[in-house]
Design a protein around this ligand. Sequence first.
Ligand code: MN
Length: 258
Amino acid sequence: MSTLLKLVEELNAGRLRVVDLTQPLHAETPLLMLPPQWNNTPPFRMWELSRYDDRGPAWYWNAFETGEHTGTHLDAPIHWISGKDLPDNSVDRLPTRTFIGPACVIDVTEAAAKNNDFLLTPDDVQRWEKTHGKIPRGAWVLLRAGWAERCGTPGYANAREDGPHTPGWSTECSKFLAHDRDVLGVGVETIGTDAGQAAHFDPPFSNHYFMHGSGKLGLAHLCNLDQLPPTGSVVIAAPLKIVNGSGSPVRAFAIAPA
Ligand code: MN
């Protein structure tokens, strides 16, 4: 049997399952809050066009507006200044092959509960690799931090007077994953792929800087990473084909062993 038909058979038999990695998209979807000197993104807004009524007697449909970086979404290389001149760097031009990649899930839930500003280091990654094997080229590296469960509470943005306090990647780690592991990108449960305090890193928002400068992607506001094994699942995340788009909401999901 062909690999693809086998895949469908395994899904039908329940030996493989589809794990939804996507948060609900609605007016209450949390947004990145930049300092007021910069433009912020509007919230997701939806309005009804008709619902089997005199505006359209047999059909229901809505229209919506959203920022590109609202809800569970993908960051393309053009999103950051370091990736602005790379080829095929906007969501409409990304090679479709990049919409599918194996997942490496690194669980830092305990460390992030103790230290909300926890930053993963290259040493942490190499320790993880001793148990689970080397991160393959073209993999999604997903940071499971116990943050998805905070969504809808003040602890999600975890903002204090000095800004948000959420876990992420050290500058060295972003460099290491982009250059030494040649990953497809990194994914997080938080609102953006940089740590809450990354405005103070050198360079600022260093994960964005090094990932997108290397042509890598980002996935933000993921959930259900606890349902994935450390290795052995495959993530599918395809952005809308927004012409010259810097990012897009996605329906991200993984195919994982049951
Ligand atoms: Mn983004």
